[in-house]
Write a protein that binds this ligand. Structure first.
Ligand SMILES: *Cc1c(COP(=O)(O)O)cnc(C)c1O
Length: 831
């Protein structure tokens, strides 16, 4: 595109006057940035470098957010608004500067300021360090929802943990994943404002005292044990050009006492410091397992720590209103992002019973009207349970309360389902067996008024299988809220060329009303528009090619098909299926050196949980195949395999707009929704995918002809497993597949070491191939052949690409959040 940035910016930047608080500022962003360089950073502001410009801008932007945020908080009280508390152990916001400038309508001013100092926004955003306070999809969803809540003007608060160390940084050494600590706060973050006065003591261990008070009422008092302080740190979330700013409160653990004075005086200086260190450990590091909870005491401590502080904060605000307790659920709603914060239910019960002296029925009624729970996974190993023994020790009063919730619940169940003696043990909050465990999902279901899945298929599976018994007990409790992504970050911000083109043709309302994209359908037959569309895509692909050249030292052809699979490494996501196909492609090209084939660049990215050996083996396999393929002169011009290290939000923003083919190939029934699939299709990539999660709904909206669905559907996966699935059949009957598997089981990719991948080979064959990679292999390969063939027809392909973007309006997180508002939260926007 030859047009200059400035030619387009006017399309995207609505006049701001109407949103600025009157008289709030008579200085420009640049003037304020320079002021902060001198007075907040204490540095010479007569000349700027990237660092100074970045920090100065951050502080100037922050000033503007704080003005709006305080005004919004005042308004919440003045209007007596009902508030939403969104509890999530993970948030993955990505870098802030560009998004905040965009939301506040300050992009132009920032460009001008930087231009005057011979700097550009592109280079100074590199100064920012991405907060990796989440593992993947779940944390990113929380951040997309926070963006939409602010844009819709909702009285909403995010709550989580301020981890000192986010998800590890991934390096690849000799093909292997190496984990490095992510010390994201080493330079501090001015996006995060510490609030040392918002401080609550949080108790662990200790004992429960029971006694009869003067009115003859049985009272409980949890005392003793260890106290840790929870200190608030706030992160701000501006709505898109609406003057609204919300916050995410992240709790940081602080020692209860600075030093234990007695041991200090006794000369045990180190011992007293050590105690301080172990208290701070609670918020030290994010657990790096995605979809597989770690049963460690520290993890449960993290959960209770942030939940207890959050319930305190909610009750503190509620008490200012001087309303009776039964109004608590009328003025608040708590959304639990997965079961990680489910301990909030017994914690609020404890506060109401033991501290506020409410009766059980009254307290329980409040809880059941207050909490709502979102389920994100049906992987059996991901359903969270905690040993009764552990909770009894760490949170003795909560264990009593859980027992009592369960006793009353099972009594009801027995009453209503008299002829089903098995039912109570199936739905019990506590699993029987050699080690009794608390089932957190059952606690969340029983203690909430709403339980939702995150795609149509996923919710159906919850109803049919995972929580089938509960459907009969609570028929009205279950509902679906298909996930969404924010169009601000995942189109406007990450794909500037396409945003220009869209705004030029549709106006700029698509940024807050993504359904406008459907008007693109009228433009598919416009040759010039298609040409511009292709040019935008090419611009993005060249930018990615430059990055790959710089980081991996490999030259890729921007006219080749960019086929991308980036997401956490997990067997159910089947990166293996992808690499098996690449190996067979490699074999075919070597056999037919004169083959006429569209060059392909296969790109992988994603982290494996440090303890997940199979996922790490798959990363190693991909890197070994890449090394072999990329250095083979016979295939070099047709085939490249790239592994991009340290997949995170920033890298996703680079990859998504440059992708031609999006790989969404999980075993049907295993991916609850996926949101990566939405990012790619929104930016005009075509999906090769299974009929799983939100892929099905994406297909319905972009149209059958514009998506490549293949393989077994969920019912077929179940049926095949029931019949007895034998991967050896596929090995025997498909010679191409057999050749690929035998190569993996030899030293072809690891010269001199023929057992490097025997774990993978064994899992796929003797191990029974639990994720049915071999069963879907043939359909996958044939679908790729079709893609390769259709890509060459540029007109056809670009039309399909446009039809993808046109059909993706539904997947805006604005739509999803509106469905939560209408179906669950009953909230009013306050704008
Ligand atoms: C969107 C996103 C995810 C989720 O991707 P899926 O393909 O849905 O698993 C994970 N990590 C990052 C950094 C993302 O941006």
């Amino acid at each position: 595109m030859s047009k200059d940035v400035k030619d387009y910016l006017h399309l995207l930047d609505k006049p701001l006057d109407e949103f600025e608080a009157p008289g709030a500022r008579n200085s420009t962003l640049g003037e304020d940035a320079l002021w902060h360089v001198l007075y907040s950073l204490g540095q010479d502001n007569t000349y700027l470098n990237k660092r100074k410009a970045y920090w100065g801008l951050v502080l100037a932007v922050r000033d503007r957010m704080l003005e709006k945020w305080t005004a919004v908080q005042r308004k919440y009280y003045a209007n007596d608004d009902k508030r939403l508390y969104y509890l999530s152990l993970e948030f993955l916001p990505g870098k802030f500067l560009r998004g905040n400038l965009l939301a506040l309508g300050l992009e132009n001013e920032a460009h001008e300021f930087l231009h005057e100092h011979d700097l550009s926004l592109d280079e100074i955003v590199d100064e920012e360090c991405e907060p990796g306070l989440g593992n993947g999809g779940l944390g990113r969803l929380a951040s997309c929802y926070m963006d939409s809540m602010a844009t819709l003007g909702l009285p909403a608060y995010g709550y989580g943990i301020r981890y000192s160390y986010g998800l590890f940084r991934q390096e690849i050494r000799n093909g292997h994943q190496v984990e490095q600590p992510d010390n994201w706060l080493h330079e501090g973050s001015h996006w995060l404002i510490p609030r040392p006065h918002n401080l609550f003591p949080i108790r662990f261990y200790g004992t429960v005292n029971e006694w009869l008070d003067d009115d003859g009422m049985l009272r409980h008092d949890w005392r003793g044990g260890d106290l840790v302080m929870a200190m608030a740190n706030d992160m701000y979330v501006p709505g898109y050009r609406n003057g609204h700013v919300n916050s995410i409160r992240l709790w940081e653990a602080r020692p209860h006492k600075e030093f234990v004075l007695s041991s200090f005086n006794a000369g045990d200086y180190i011992g007293s410091v050590q105690e301080k260190i172990s208290d701070e450990n609670i918020s030290m590091v994010l657990y790096p397992s995605d979809d597989a909870p770690e049963g460690k005491t520290l993890r449960l401590k993290q959960q209770y720590f942030f939940v207890a502080a959050t319930m305190r904060d909610m009750v503190r605000r509620f008490k200012k209103l001087n309303k009776p307790w039964d109004q608590l659920p009328e003025k608040n709603v708590v959304q639990l992002n997965e079961t990680h914060p489910a301990i909030a239910i017994p914690e609020l019960m404890r506060m109401l019973l033991d501290e506020e002296l409410l009766g059980w029925e009254e307290a329980w009624c409040i809880c059941q009207k207050l909490f709502a729970y979102t389920n994100h996974t049906i992987l059996p190993e991901a359903l969270e349970t905690w040993p009764v023994k552990l909770i009894e020790r760490l949170l003795p009063r909560h264990m009593q309360i859980i027992y009592e919730i369960n006793r009353r619940f099972l009594e009801e169940v027995r009453l209503h389902f008299r002829d089903e003696p098995e039912l109570p043990s199936r739905v019990s909050l506590i699993s029987a067996g050699p080690e009794q465990r608390v089932r957190m999902s059952h606690l969340a279901i029983v203690g909430s008024f709403s339980v939702n899945g995150v795609s149509s298929l996923h919710t159906q599976i919850l109803k049919d299988r995972v929580f089938h018994d509960f459907i009969r007990i609570f028929p009205d409790r279950f509902n679906n809220k298909t996930n969404g992504i924010t169009p601000r970050r995942w189109l406007r911000q990450c794909n500037v060329p396409l945003s220009w083109l869209l705004s030029e043709h549709l106006g700029c309302n698509w940024i807050t009303d993504l359904t406008q994209l459907k008007k693109l359908r009228e433009l598919v037959d416009d040759v010039e528009f298609r040409h511009d569309w292709e040019q935008c895509r090419l611009t993005n692909k060249k930018r990615l090619a430059d990055y790959i050249e710089k980081v991996n030292g490999i030259t890729v052809n921007p006219h080749s098909i960019f086929d991308v699979q980036v997401k956490r490494f997990h067997e159910y996501k089947r990166q293996l299926l992808n690499i098996l196909h690449i190996i067979s492609l490699y074999n075919n090209i070597r056999r037919n050196p004169d083959v006429k084939m569209q060059p392909c660049t296969f790109i992988f990215g994603g982290k494996a949980a440090p303890s997940y050996q199979m996922a790490k083996d798959i990363i190693y396999l991909i890197n070994c195949v890449a090394r072999r393929v990329n250095s083979d002169p016979h295939t070099r011009n047709f085939l490249k395999v790239i592994f991009l290290a340290n997949y995170n939000v920033s890298l996703a923003q680079l990859l998504v707009p440059a992708t031609d083919v999006s790989e969404q190939i999980s075993t049907a029934g295993y991916e609850a929704s996926g949101t990566g699939n939405m990012k790619f299709a929104l930016n005009g990539a075509l999906t090769i995918g299974t009929r799983d999660g939100a892929n099905i709904e994406i297909g319905e909206r972009v149209g059958d002809g514009n998506i490549y669905l293949f393989g077994l559907c969920e019912k077929e996966v179940l049926a095949l497993r029931r019949r007895g699935y034998d991967p050896w059949e596929f090995y025997k009957n498909d010679s191409e597949l057999r050749e690929v598997l035998d190569m993996i089981n030899s030293d072809q990719f690891t010269p001199g070491d023929s057992t490097a991948f025997s774990s993978i080979f064994n899992s796929l064959l003797t191990g029974g191939d639990p994720f049915m990679v071999l069963a879907d292999y043939r359909a996958y390969v044939e679908t790729h052949k079709r893609i390769s063939h259709e890509y060459v027809d540029r007109d056809l392909w670009i039309k399909k690409s446009i039809m993808n973007t046109a059909g993706m309006g539904y997947f805006s997180s604005d739509r999803a959040v509106k469905e939560y508002i209408d179906g669950i939260w009953s909230l009013e926007p306050d704008v």
